[in-house]
Ligand binder design. Structure first.
Ligand code: NAD
Length: 251
């Protein structure tokens, strides 16, 4: 099937779908200026490997380094604006009877574009809680506009004085059980799943497109890289190119 046929078939199936799942990864926010984990060209990402900073052991060993890195990422997220792909997902959600939006992203660009009830599998960079007792931190969260000067001591928990950590799921940690269950149920139940801007290497989230395919759903990746197995359908190109076209096809 060539690109034109794949787009046309996907648009047709979206129009008649009972339940659509839209599953997003870091690539959808790349065009808003938020680097992905595979982007080695931008500041700290070229100096540190994300997997080595976004984990519990790193936070325990050097909390100021990890907190400072997240403060830098938080300032990038705050300055970023939703792009046409985030907006198109909000439109598609409004135009179809049932759409479940699931994200691996820790930014809030889908919500700022108008998406409601987004299932966040990897947490929220704009929240924080105590590393020791889990108590939610209600204070203002630090930002750090400079990737060069990244170290920043985390605040202390107001309840137990433990260090406050970012409200994200670190590599190696369990995903929020209820959210994962809801996401898996949606993938098993849907008839179309769009997998957008994700490399498909971070599990268990990466299982969702496979679950949908196994149950017979029409599963399509939208990605700038042609790295998929031949059997996986991919609309090659940016999320902001394809999603507005899909949204427009529903009018
Ligand atoms: P990833 O970095 O592993 O992969 C990004 C994918 O997006 C790649 O396959 C790339 O080819 C594709 N891509 C890049 N630009 C694109 C575009 N304009 N349109 C379509 N595709 C594009 O990201 P991932 O698969 O989401 O998984 C890694 C982890 O990254 C997740 O756990 C997530 O929490 C975290 N992360 C989140 C953010 C964010 O919240 N914005 C940013 C960086 C990393």
């Amino acid at each position: 099937m060539d690109t034109h046929e794949l787009f046309a078939k996907t648009a047709e199936l979206l129009r008649s779908a009972r339940h659509v799942v839209i599953f997003t990864g870091a690539g959808i926010s790349a065009e808003s200026g938020i680097p992905t984990f595979r982007d080695k060209t931008n500041g700290l990402w070229s100096i540190y490997e994300a997997e080595k900073l976004a984990n519990r052991a790193a936070f325990q060993t050097d909390p100021a380094l990890v907190w400072g890195w997240y403060a830098w990422r938080r300032s990038i997220v705050r300055q970023a604006q939703p792009n046409k792909a985030h907006q198109a997902i909000a439109q598609i959600s409004d135009r179809l009877p049932r759409v479940t939006v699931i994200t691996q992203n820790v930014d809030d660009l889908l919500e700022r574009a108008g998406c409601k009830n987004v299932i966040r599998l990897h947490g929220d960079i704009n929240s924080a809680h105590c590393f020791t007792c889990g108590h939610r931190h209600s204070g203002k969260l630090a930002e750090n506009p400079s990737p060069a000067d990244t170290r920043l001591e985390p605040p202390q928990c107001s309840r137990c004085k433990g260090p406050v950590r970012p409200g994200v799921v670190f590599f190696g940690e369990a995903l929020p059980a209820e959210d994962l269950k809801t996401a898996e149920s949606a993938a098993l139940d849907c008839d179309v799943l769009l997998s957008i801007g994700t490399s498909g290497v971070v599990y268990p989230a990466a299982r969702l497109p496979h679950l949908a395919s196994q149950e017979g759903a029409w599963t399509v990746h939208i990605n700038t890289e042609p790295f998929r197995k031949a059997a996986e359908r991919t609309l090659l190109g940016s999320a902001s190119h394809w999603l507005p076209k899909l949204s427009h096809s529903l009018t």
